[in-house]
Write a protein that binds this ligand. Structure first.
Ligand SMILES: [Mg+2]
Length: 340
């Protein structure tokens, strides 16, 4: 399949949060071929990410066959090295990589899950990500829950977090799985104090308690925290995940396939984690871009609920009663609105 065009656009959704995601958030990528088959992917970086693709990555691909995509990934990564390695350039590369995987699966007449060896027709368990409190709809389900605790007063995080988590555990009862997410807002001592106070509440993991750059802090948490540590949604490429895995700094790894370098990197991260005996629970895993990999590669699948501002991904399966079906259509099984 000869690539004839690489197009990018930033879909608008009324539910997009009024923060960096409005301007630097998800971007749509379409890779067109002479055969008329189109590969779709989602990356990040907003207008800046689109510029990386339009100015650097796209022109590298036009006129070439869409395979082998792994060596094309290396070329694209190499071309962005002076300004890339992590962040927006890799978020942009992720969208192109996913579009090339969509083409690879369509060329093979398979879904991406099938292409990765996972068969078709699987239904996977999900967990629901919530902010501060457990809503009535989630209370009636049976799925696992992850609570983001937003700090109202950053000078006194411990009591706020412990109160919120205790209320969630009380509402959910003793048997539902419950995890918590700090979104990098605590420090090591705060995390250890919170962990000691909620240790008896059966918390599955504490996610991103400190900055993704604070590896020394994560070494202390690995050694001292009684609750497993999760993280990785703000890390990039298999190179970036290597120290997290080798030093076992996270017990649960959470790459975001639309940011971390695409499926090419997610496959490597799954392999590295499996060899180390660590769990992978991809960020936003119920969105199709990660869902196929979970279906095919994960021995203990758990797909995080998707984000409500991704409504422009047409064909994205809905979560019903805590479960999600992996699409059986070719490729990722979706198209992207705005591509008319
Ligand atoms: Mg998170």
């Amino acid at each position: 399949m000869v690539i004839t065009n690489v197009r990018t656009w930033q879909p608008v959704d009324a539910n997009s949060p009024p923060d960096w995601r409005t301007s630097l958030g998800q971007i749509a990528v379409a890779v067109e071929t002479a055969e008329g088959v189109v590969g779709y992917g989602v990356g990040g970086g907003g207008a800046a990410g689109m510029h990386v693709i339009d100015a650097v990555l796209g022109p590298m691909l036009i006129g070439r066959d869409a395979e082998p995509l792994e060596s094309m990934w290396e070329e694209m990564y190499g071309a962005t090295l002076p300004f890339g390695r992590k962040g927006i350039a890799v978020m942009a590369l992720s969208g192109v990589d996913l579009a090339l995987w969509d083409l690879r699966a369509k060329r093979a007449n398979q879904s991406v899950a099938e292409l990765l060896g996972g068969g078709t027709g699987r239904t996977l368990p999900t967990y629901t990500t919530l902010w501060n409190v457990v809503d009535a709809e989630t209370l009636t389900g049976g799925q696992a829950v992850k609570l983001h605790v937003r700090l109202e007063d950053r000078s006194q995080p411990v009591d706020q977090v412990v109160t919120r988590v205790a209320a969630a555990r009380e509402a959910l009862g003793p048997d539902r799985e419950l995890m918590i997410d700090a979104w990098m807002e605590w420090d090591v001592d705060t995390t250890l104090e919170i962990a000691r106070q909620i240790e008896g509440l059966r918390i599955g993991w504490i996610e991103e308690p400190i900055s993704a750059d604070d590896l020394e802090g994560y070494r202390r948490l690995r050694d001292e925290c009684p609750i497993p540590i999760a993280g990785g949604e703000h890390e990039f490429t298999a190179i970036g995940f290597a120290p997290l895995i080798e030093e076992r700094l996270h017990q649960v790894l959470q790459p975001d396939v639309c940011w971390c370098g695409g499926l090419t990197e997610l496959v490597k991260i799954y392999q590295m984690a499996a060899e180390a005996g660590l769990r992978v629970v991809p960020h936003r895993g119920s969105e199709v871009w990660g869902l196929h990999a979970i279906a095919a590669l994960d021995s203990r699948p758990l797909a995080e609920s998707g984000r409500p501002w991704m409504s422009w991904v047409r064909g994205q399966p809905a979560i019903r009663e805590g479960l999600i079906e992996v699409p059986e259509e070719l490729g990722f099984g979706v198209t992207l609105a705005g591509d008319e």
